[in-house]
Design a protein around this ligand. Structure first.
Ligand code: ADP
Length: 273
């Protein structure tokens, strides 16, 4: 169980990114975090593993308050949290397998990781994970030879190699096409359900969040303004989260995207004739 209490963050610039955020994520729950740009979603996710230092409040994972632990203890605690972040991208010149094994770096002694000598159990487990995310036959490929969707699958396998108790996922589909986005979300959700693994997913795509998340939390100007089931996310709730103007602009964006996809399909069909 993750329990966040009265979490606030004021950056050195004076920007208040989070104000007294309290939130519990029970075992096995997959929670989507939505809200307009600048609402504090990334800050919230990063405060949990202290990539951003909270200004006040507590973040308890089990019975450890992550805000209170010292530097070396934090390193140990971070093993418990798997991160799938856009910019935590892969090491391009390493193979898929090596990238997955790098998820074990918090566990193996430094000299072993430096020599890239991982215990056989880690290697077997990495093969199992690659099989699970559908990349077994790509194990020896270099990361820079992969497509966007495949890279995100490696990211998932790498996070799981850590055997985390919580997954933090930041915009996992931001650079993917709609079909690949759905495949990645489905994979993430299936894996979390199989393992009873709780996850917080920062997701800018509302329909995708509604389709895949069990619970949705809406942030607006650093505060929680919505917390409920996807079915409760009414027009009114969305207007509260995004503001009328932004929400309408977003909807228009979706319609334009859908139209562009339909046009592309028509063109392909015409070419195929
Ligand atoms: P979101 O992920 O919802 O787009 P962020 O967490 O990135 O929101 O940002 C929340 C607020 O904090 C914004 O006002 C943003 O400008 C500010 N902010 C984010 N990162 C920093 C930073 N490193 N320094 C100063 N202000 C920041």
């Amino acid at each position: 169980m993750l329990r966040i209490e009265d979490l606030s963050k004021v950056y050195a610039t004076g920007d208040r990114a989070l104000s007294d955020v309290s939130l519990e994520v029970p075992e096995g729950q997959i929670m989507g975090l939505i809200g307009p740009s600048g609402a504090g979603k990334s800050t919230l996710i990063r405060c949990i593993n202290r990539l951003v230092e909270p200004s006040s409040g507590s973040v308890r994972l089990g019975d450890v308050d992550l805000v209170k632990v010292g530097k070396s203890e934090l390193r140990l605690q971070r093993r418990r949290i798997g991160m799938i972040f856009q910019e935590y991208s892969l090491v391009e010149r390493l193979t898929v397998m090596e990238n997955v094994l790098s998820g074990r770096l918090g566990y193996v002694p430094f000299w072993r990781s430096w020599l890239r000598r991982f215990p056989p159990t880690d290697i077997q487990n990495a093969y199992r994970l690659l099989d699970r995310v559908g990349l077994l036959e790509h194990a020896d490929k270099r990361a820079d030879a992969l497509s966007g969707g495949q890279r995100q699958r490696v990211g998932i396998a790498r996070a799981l190699a850590q055997e985390p108790e919580l997954l933090l996922v930041d915009e996992p589909t931001a650079s993917l096409d709609p079909k690949t986005s759905r495949q990645i979300m489905r994979l993430l959700v299936e894996i979390c359900e199989e393992r009873g693994l709780p996850a917080i997913v920062n997701i800018h795509d509302v329909p995708l969040a509604q389709q895949f998340m069990q619970r949705i939390v809406g942030l607006q100007a650093g505060r929680i303004v919505f917390d409920g089931a996807p079915g409760d996310l009414t027009e009114t709730a969305l207007t509260t989260i995004y503001g009328a103007e932004d929400w309408n602009a977003m909807r228009r964006g979706d319609e334009e995207q859908a139209q562009a996809e339909a046009d592309a399909r028509d063109r392909m069909a015409a070419l195929a004739q």
